[in-house]
Design a protein around this ligand. Structure first.
Ligand code: HEC
Length: 246
């Protein structure tokens, strides 16, 4: 019986990972972000507001909520982070008009839930995935989102990458398969600096997807500790009650 259960579980697990690989495309990079790191969140917020909020909104996050969570003063918030509104209780809107679609072929999506829907590793990879492609309107394509209509807004920081192809000959014709990217022209940041730069933005988007997360996790530790202490007292009380019965 036990053997059968184990075999079934193994089969299910194998089917699960096979499915994930099929859908996968190129291997994702690891974001390695940490939403309890306030310095990283502050840097990420600043970079997001400066470089992304022109096109992307965060429609579930209010400026004053973000400032409180990230320990940013109201003066600093107003002076350095608010470009799309002057009211601290507004949500973070983008500067894009409703017809931005005609500029990009696609409306830049709201990014409130992107870290949850596609995962932090995906967003981190996506921001590492731009490569030169003359056939695309902005001269770039993306390894992780084929034919992405977003320009490479971090070009001067990361530099340009070029595609790496593997040629595969099947039957008569040879096909070229895109397997990765490699550096072509350096940017202003060293690769490790760029990784950290992107990690900070991803960290901020992870926070934005669930502003209560860091608090909830520390609450969990507190609740568990409380239950442990409570258990000791409950046990002592039980012994006290039952000592005359035996
Ligand atoms: C000039 C406008 C513009 C700016 C600035 C911009 N983006 Fe985008 N972004 C787009 C557009 C357009 C899309 C839609 C791409 C598509 O689906 O083809 C997009 C899509 C995305 C996606 C979703 C990818 C997916 O798989 O659906 C993410 C994540 C993203 N952008 C992150 C960022 C971040 C982070 C920044 C700031 C560093 C940024 N963008 C700056 C225009 C922009």
């Amino acid at each position: 019986m036990l053997k059968r259960v184990v075999m079934m579980a193994a089969a299910l697990l194998a089917a699960g990972t096979a499915g994930a690989q099929e859908a996968g495309g190129p291997q994702l990079l690891q974001a390695g972000n940490d939403i309890t790191n306030i310095d990283s969140l502050q840097r990420g917020a600043r970079n997001f507001m400066n470089l992304c909020s022109g096109c992307h909104s965060l429609q579930y996050l209010r400026y004053n909520r973000m400032a409180a969570d990230l320990k940013i003063s109201e003066a600093d918030l107003k002076a350095n982070l608010m470009f799309t509104s002057d009211k601290v209780f507004d949500t973070i809107n983008s500067a894009m008009p409703a017809d931005a679609e005609s500029w990009f072929g696609k409306q830049p999506p709201d990014l409130s839930l992107i870290a949850r829907s596609k995962g932090t590793d995906y967003v981190y990879s996506f921001l590492h995935g731009f490569y030169a492609d003359k056939t695309r309107p902005w001269g770039v394509n993306n390894l992780y989102l084929p034919n992405a209509s977003m320009p490479h807004v971090l070009l001067d920081r990361q530099g340009m990458q070029k595609p790496v192809y593997k040629s595969e000959s099947e039957g008569g014709g040879a096909t070229m398969e895109l397997v990765g990217v490699e550096p072509m022209a350096p940017g202003a940041l060293k690769p490790e600096e760029y990784d950290q730069f992107v990690r900070d933005i991803v960290n901020f988007l992870d926070y934005a997807g669930e502003p209560i997360k860091a608090k909830r996790e520390s609450m969990g530790v507190f609740v568990t500790l409380f239950l442990l202490v409570f258990f000791v007292f409950a046990y002592l009380l039980k012994k006290e009650y039952w000592k005359d019965v035996h």
